[in-house]
Ligand binder design. Structure first.
Ligand code: GDP
Ligand code: MG
Length: 334
């Protein structure tokens, strides 16, 4: 089976220069968002955000495999939509094929902070409503690492929230209090950016998914979505004896997102985690990891779980999203 990735490529639409200036590439943005096939479609934007070398691009590249296997795209419009079978893993396809997509590497060199968007856009008709949507995939680099300042992190995070309808926060091993604080700061920042047209009722953002890598506590909270659900509820649960600050962080997250999800992924094995020449192929992963990676992607991208981007409670179309994006990015340049 051909999962023709080669027609798409990661395109940088925003990056921070060495002296922390925000560089926006409007030409690339226009090229993607102006495609005639998607103008009148509503927008679904999957965004993965997190620290450098957290396995984000790796995860997203398997998401791309899933999307190419199930949906037509602007570069492959004639592909028929595959019916979706929960137990069917044919989408993994070439088990010994090197992983393609967003660049990911085993090295230690830091990549540029910024936002990359996949140039190919997936086409889907919502099963229940018949609405036509365009699915965008975004890879955001440079959060929580030692070199970026909290302000950089929060700005890029805020922008992720403003742009995406499904925001995945990729974290190693556990959710820490400072992750939640970043999240709060960023959502407040993003709400501030939305202020002019934000209704007081309703939540500004849609879906926040915590993706925990190298989860070690499978006995208490099981791998996957159900264990993740219990874990994140435990983490975000407001307890009587907590400080006001900890309570407020949690309240702010509940007030900002319509849904909060979590997946717990096991350690992928030594080859994935450590081998310099590992090329991302399926066959080299630990068995448990394979099963959980597959389940989490099938859950995350299940057609019933795709969320249309809303701003101020209104579904956004591709041509409108482009204008919002450009406006947000200008805001971040100042
Ligand atoms: P990114 O910088 O967050 O995009 O990270 P990459 O996707 O480029 O992956 C960085 C390194 O982590 C690669 O060597 C991957 O093979 C490895 N990796 C991928 N997934 C995992 C995981 O779940 N756990 C661990 N420990 N390593 C992973
Ligand atoms: Mg990456």
């Amino acid at each position: 089976m051909d999962h023709t990735h080669q027609h798409g490529k990661p395109v940088s639409i925003l990056r921070f220069s060495d002296n922390k200036e925000v560089i926006v590439d409007n030409r690339e943005l226009e090229k993607i968002f102006n495609h005639p096939e998607i103008q009148d479609r509503k927008v679904v934007i999957l965004s993965l955000i997190g620290a450098f070398r957290g396995g984000k691009s790796f995860f997203l590249d398997y998401c791309l495999r899933f999307l190419y296997a199930h949906f037509p795209s602007i570069y492959n419009p004639s592909k028929h939509k595959q019916s979706f079978f929960r137990k069917n893993d044919y989408w993994i396809a070439g088990r010994d094929e090197p992983l393609k997509g967003f660049s990911w590497r085993a090295g230690t060199k830091r990549e540029t902070i910024g936002i990359n968007i996949w140039s190919d856009v997936f086409l889907h008709t919502m099963d229940r409503t018949g609405e036509k949507v365009a699915i965008f995939v975004m890879d955001t680099q440079g959060l929580f690492d030692t070199e970026s300042t909290p302000t950089d992190n929060s700005r890029i995070f805020a922008l992720g929230n403003l742009i995406s309808s499904i925001q995945v926060l990729n974290l190693k091993q556990q959710v820490q209090e400072d992750h939640l604080q970043y999240l709060q700061f960023a959502t407040e920042f993003a709400k501030f950016a939305l202020k002019k047209n934000l209704k007081p009722e309703g939540k500004p953002f849609q879906n926040m998914t915590f993706l925990i890598r190298d989860w070690e506590n499978n006995e208490e909270f099981r791998y996957g979505a159900a264990g993740g659900h219990n874990y994140i509820n435990e983490v975000l649960n407001i307890k009587q004896d907590q400080s006001q600050e900890l309570k407020e962080v949690r309240k702010s997250i509940f007030d900002s997102f319509e849904h909060v999800n979590c997946y717990l992924l096991p350690y992928p094995g030594e080859v994935v985690a450590g081998y310099k020449n590992y090329d991302g192929r399926w066959s080299e992963m630990d068995t448990t990891f394979k099963a959980e990676l597959k389940n989490s992607i099938e859950h995350l991208l299940h057609p019933d779980n795709l969320v249309i981007k809303k701003i101020n409670g209104i579904d956004i179309k591709v041509n409108e999203m482009k204008l919002y994006l450009q406006a947000y990015m200008i805001l971040f340049q100042s």
